[in-house]
Design a protein around this ligand. Structure first.
Ligand SMILES: [Zn+2]
Length: 326
């Protein structure tokens, strides 16, 4: 779908959710996100064909961040368009290039210490493995602040928007006052294609996420386009940013409350998921474990303020409020 002159949204699905890539056509033709391993063949290349854009016209494909549904198509797309450059955020490069490292440091990193992670569900793990595709080298990385020329009139500014991943990128189009954010902004949930809650928000570093929200609030934005969320326009932009902030505030308070009501023995990540989850949202129960990201984020954020101590105990890390009160 052409959303602005020469800018297209490429739509497909991942599980019950929408999945979008964006194509900026010009002297330099840039693709934002490559989807899952099968997306180039099934969706992106047929889309280019229909548009009459030869794949060899693709100058660059940029991954907004490290995740199977956003960079899994790298290998297949590079195979199809050898001269195209693959790019991503500098801090996400290593885990994008190496699927084993992606699993070890992003999906399964808390299994040993906290007993939660994708690897505990072999079926889901195998599904994500399939989506992530083969290892493929990244050609160049961005740290934010770069400009990418599309033609003599149009360019995109690269933004560094961490929180969901350390090297997460967004593209800002000043001509249309539009920002293309991948999964940088989570609102109160990630919706399914019908708009109902499907997944909990998945930011895991709280301070960088809040800085990302602030940066978005300060940018002149009329449109937000993302990887899975509906488009936000005009007053919906500030409403959505407010929703993002309110979820962070609510989650932070609920984790503190959980710590307060377990002064003696402290809390585990699982306990926070069980106690805070039902109040935080109404996504399907089988997706509740994904609250591991914000719960971990908030527990560490509170720890960084010196309010808790961490107790390591046979694969079940606990956090305990110091001095018993806040
Ligand atoms: Zn995603």
């Amino acid at each position: 779908m052409e959303i602005f002159p020469h800018i297209h949204q490429i739509a497909s699905m991942v599980a019950d959710r929408n999945l979008y890539q964006y194509l900026f056509v010009g002297d330099n033709t840039v693709l934002l996100d490559t989807g899952a391993s099968y997306t180039p063949k099934e969706v992106i290349l047929p889309f280019l064909k229909q548009l009459g854009v030869p794949p060899s016209q693709l100058t660059m494909a940029i991954n907004t961040h490290a995740d199977a549904d956003h960079h899994g198509g790298n290998d297949l797309l590079k195979e199809a368009v050898a001269e195209m450059l693959l790019a991503c955020g500098d801090l996400d490069r290593k885990i994008i290039e190496d699927p084993d490292l992606l699993f070890a440091s992003r999906y399964d990193q808390w299994i040993d210490q906290h007993g939660i992670g994708l690897g505990l569900n072999p079926e889901a793990s195998a599904w994500v493995r399939k989506m992530v595709g083969k290892p493929r080298r990244i050609d160049l990385t961005f740290t934010g602040g770069e400009h990418i020329s599309i033609d003599s009139e149009r360019s995109l500014r690269v933004l560094h928007v961490p929180g969901h991943s350390d090297g997460h990128l967004a593209l800002y189009d000043s001509m249309n006052r539009a920002v293309f954010v991948g999964d940088a902004l989570h609102g109160a949930y990630c919706p399914n294609a019908l708009g109902e809650p499907s997944l909990p928000p998945a930011y895991y570093s709280v301070a960088p996420y809040l800085a990302t929200l602030q940066a978005m609030e300060e940018l002149p934005i009329d449109w937000i386009y993302s990887g899975h969320w509906p488009v936000f326009h005009a007053s919906q932009v500030s409403d959505f940013l407010t929703e993002c902030r309110q979820f962070v505030e609510k989650a932070s308070l609920l984790v503190l409350k959980a710590l307060e009501s377990h002064l003696d023995d402290g809390v585990t990540m699982q306990l926070c998921i069980d106690e805070c989850g039902p109040i935080l949202g109404t996504w399907p129960e089988h997706n509740r474990w994904l609250l591991m990201y914000p719960m971990y984020g908030h527990l560490v954020h509170i720890e960084q303020q010196g309010l808790t101590s961490r107790i390591e105990n046979e694969g079940k890390t606990r956090w305990k409020l110091k001095g018993g009160e806040i």
